[in-house]
Design a protein around this ligand. Sequence first.
Ligand code: ATP
Ligand code: MG
Length: 266
Amino acid sequence: MEGKVIVITSGKGGVGKTTATSSIGAALALEGKRVAIVDMDIGLRNLDVVMGLENRIVFNIVDVVHGKCKISQAAIRDRRIKNLFLIPASQSDNKDVLTTAGVERVAEQLKKEFDYIIMDSPAGIEKGFENSIVGADEAIVVCTPDVSAVRDADRVIGILYSKSLNPKLLVNRIEPARVERGEMLSHEDVLEVLSIDLAGLVPMDEQVLISSNTGTPLVLQNESKAGQAFKRIARRLNGEADLPIQAPELKTSLWGKIGRTFGLKK
Ligand SMILES: Nc1ncnc2c1ncn2[C@@H]1O[C@H](COP(=O)(O)OP(=O)(O)OP(=O)(O)O)[C@@H](O)[C@H]1O
Ligand SMILES: [Mg+2]
C-alpha cells in the first residue's frame, strides 16, 4: 500500500502550522500508523525544537533531496512515540536550494516507507510553499480567526485548487470568550468567507506553549483541549470521517450560566 502525503499550509505566518504538523503527526502515530513529518521550512527549522529532537540531527531533507543520504539516515525517531519520525529542515541552506522535481521524487519514495507523510510548509506562497505542496495528496489550510489570516488563507486555497488539491480548513486559536464578546471572528464567520470543508476546530490553549518549550507531544497531555482537538482531526483523516467536529466551548461558571439564562449577562 502507498502512503499519503498531507501538506499543512496557511499563507499567513504564525497561525499554527508547525503546531498542527507535530500534533497531527503524533496523533496518527498513536493510532498505529507509521508517520514521517517533514520540516519544509528550509533555513528556519522549527519542528525539531518543538519536538525536542534538535540535538539528534545529522542529516536533513536537503541532504535527502540532493542524494547525500538515505531517508532512513535522515529520519529521526521520536523519543516517546514509536512510529513517529522527523525529517528536519536544514538551517544553513537558503530557501531556494530545492527543486520541485527533487521534492516530488523524494515524496514518492517516502510514500513507500510511511503510511502518512506530513509536510510543514513555510509561511507565504513563494518557492518553499511550492515545494511543500508538490507531492501532496491532501492539504490542510490553517487559519486563525482574524481578518488578515482569513485573507491569506483564501489566496492559498485558490492556489491549492489550481493544483487540483481540495484543501480542508483547520481553525486554530479559537477563544470562545472573545468570540462571545464580539472581539474575535467565530469559526462560522471564517467558514462563511472561505467556504471549504472543515478539518477541525482547535482552541487557544496554554498547554501548546508548555508542550513546545518542554519538547513533549501535546497529544500525550490528556488535559490539553488543543491536544484532544488535534487527536480528533487525526482520527478523521485516518478514516473516521464521521467523527463529529466539536466547537470549543466557553468555560463558564455556574453564575455566568445563570446570568446568561436570565439575560443578566451578555
Ligand atoms: N492552539 C494554540 N493555543 C495557544 N498557542 C498556540 C496555539 N497554536 C499555536 N500556538 C502558538 O503560536 C505560535 C505560532 O505557532 P506555530 O509555530 O505552530 O505557527 P506557524 O504557522 O508554524 O508559524 P510560521 O509561519 O512562523 O512557521 C507558537 O508560539 C505556538 O506555541
Ligand atoms: Mg512553522
